[in-house]
Design a protein around this ligand. Structure first.
Ligand code: GAL
Length: 374
């Protein structure tokens, strides 16, 4: 863990030279710079935590915050960002619903000289992105694929096993990277025949689940089970995140007659899925401490708001493991300077890791995990 170096950051209040009169008047009136926080939806558990935690960090530092959730609707997110720009803003921090659908508002932001930080999900085909803060998304997929490799002992087991893939939303740039990371581990076993995909669905496009929705994942898995697994055993399902894993678990509960418990992966550490992990219906999740991700995004944003240009040296002053990267994320318009945090595998054996973050606590019976009291 990197030692945190006490840094005293004086907040230099510079009136934006290009801002509209209403924002200048507002700055003079309350002396606060404005930060726009744009999250995809309240429907996926993690974004509520990201949004609230980011809002608290910026407000405690003296910024005015406009926090919007766009209900997984790309058009709505475009309009939300345009209205924040119209009201006047000094920095945008955006977790995109659809990374390919934000060019218009971001060209607007760039023309006004407003810095834009892509949060968690890369935003494509625009030079407006100043920085990208996320977890190492390829590693997330590798951890999921590696868990299945080890749980089935693919390197030593004499038999072959069956597997299905359930991926994320095709508009989410992360989703294809998660998939690529998992296949980076598992492709060799598919090629050798040690792993068999009975449905034949082996590409991201064939396995993407719209808006990551549980119901969509459940319906797809029900169709796969009834078509290919009525008299065959299903050994593993690589689910890209917890909301899709929940749908797969529900489909298996209602329609799988194989008698075995397939290995099922996830991501995010959603409360419902932690229960499934404790009850043995889900094998693992990939935990990404959103407080760490939010704190790195805050530190990058604070420096941009002060007119500074964060570089790799910033990570020396952060209390979390994070890698500075300028070569992995090319968004179709530029290589984006990225800060990538480290994800962790959580199983029923190390749930205490999550409690130790302060975000979670054991319930009254010390059996299940719940969100920590705020
Ligand atoms: C991804 C994000 C994951 C998860 C998923 C939806 O973009 O990186 O942490 O939130 O969306 O569940």
């Amino acid at each position: 863990m990197k030692k945190i170096i006490a840094a005293v950051t004086s907040l230099v209040m510079l009136c934006g030279m290009t801002s509209c009169s209403s924002k200048d008047e507002k700055d003079e009136k309350n002396g606060k710079k404005v930060v726009g926080l744009c999250m995809p939806s309240v429907d996926l558990e993690r974004w509520n935590t990201d949004g609230e935690y980011l809002k608290n960090l910026f407000e405690k530092a003296g910024y005015e915050v406009k926090l919007v959730f766009s209900q997984n609707d790309a058009t709505r997110q475009n309009n939300d960002i345009l209205s924040i720009l119209n009201d006047g803003v000094d920095l945008l921090l955006i977790a995109a619903v659809d990374g390919n659908a934000l060019a218009k508002p971001l060209d607007d932001a760039m023309s006004k000289g407003i810095p834009v930080v892509a949060y968690d999900r890369l935003i494509m085909n625009t030079k407006a992105i100043t920085y990208y803060v996320s977890f190492d998304n390829f590693e997330v997929g590798r951890l999921q694929g590696g868990y299945i490799r080890d749980a089935l002992d693919l390197d030593n087991a004499p038999d072959s096993y069956s597997i299905e893939f359930v991926s994320g939303d095709s508009g989410d740039n992360n989703a294809s990277i998660f998939f690529d990371g998992a296949k980076d581990v598992l492709d060799q076993y598919i090629k050798s025949g040690k792993l068999k995909v009975l449905s034949g669905k082996t590409t991201f496009e064939e396995t993407a689940i719209k808006r990551w929705e549980t119901e969509n994942a459940e319906n797809e898995m029900k169709k796969t089970l009834s078509k290919y697994y009525t008299d065959k055993q299903l050994d593993a399902v690589l689910c890209a995140n917890d909301s899709t894993a929940l749908g797969v678990i529900q489909a298996i509960e209602s329609g799988y007659k194989g008698g075995n418990q397939p290995v099922i992966t996830g991501q995010d550490g959603d409360i419902e899925n932690l229960k499934k992990i404790i009850d043995g219906e889900q094998s693992m999740t990939v935990f990404k401490n959103v407080r760490d991700e939010a704190s790195v995004a805050f530190e990058v944003s604070k420096r941009l708001l002060n007119g500074e240009t964060p570089t790799g040296r910033l990570i020396d002053s952060l209390a979390v493991d994070v890698r500075y990267d300028t070569e992995s994320y090319q968004n179709g318009a530029k290589y984006v300077q990225s800060y990538l945090l480290v994800p962790a595998v959580i199983t029923k054996d190390n749930l205490q890791v999550m409690v130790n973050t302060g975000l979670y606590q054991w319930d009254a019976n010390n059996k299940y995990i719940e969100n920590a009291a705020k």
